[in-house]
Design a protein around this ligand. Sequence first.
Ligand SMILES: [Zn+2]
Length: 255
Amino acid sequence: MTNPSTSNTLKSQIAFVIESCTAHLPKAIPIYTDINQSINIIDDKLSEVIHAYCHRTLCGGSGGGGWDHKDNGEDKNSSHVQSYLCPECKQKVVFFARKCPHCGSKVRGKNPRDGRWGISASSHFKYFEELKEYRLQLIEPKTDDPECREFRVRYWVIDKNSVHLNNYARGQLASDKSNHINFQPLKQDFYLSGPVLKYDGILRVLDDRTKFDFSFFDMDNKTPEIVPEEFRLLESASVVASKKFGKNRGTWKRR
Ligand SMILES: [Zn+2]
């Protein structure tokens, strides 16, 4: 059972960490944007810091795998606050730009929203015994709009014994392609891997500070996300077989 008082203390502490370490954003966003530099709402290091507090551990473990956390948790951070290509001049424009800094066009390109978590298939198996779990954070803009100052931040844990993740990693490792898994948030591989939500909240960038509000916080949650309808009929083995690295392109939907 969750201890409510402990849980509330931790929740307040995490909100404090996030707000304190993103407090530069009100001033930094326009400064970065003016010279077309992308800005991390939460960068990889801060992600590791937040989750070290969540799991009451330290950053930078010294195990054989060199895990992000001392308790052998591996932290991955992904952001969908992404640059786009100007539809007029085809050059890269940062998310918060009100117009293209290259050609002046006010026509906004599509936010790709394809930011992923990189997982090494070779390290996964080489250091499997040591590895504790994958800790995955996703940051999404509420709207793909230069004035957007609200960002949804979600955090999940995926067990290292996840059947699908292991099938995926085995397929990637056996392929001629790279050993690097580009693990895509909120898609089939994600849901099939049994992600367990630990928190969900909104980070607001105000005029002079940031504010973080949780809509969900439960570090003791053990229940994986419900698989959306569109992925519910998928089978792990056929999903992996249908990937580009697979030699056998099997059917990937069971009817
Ligand atoms: Zn342009």
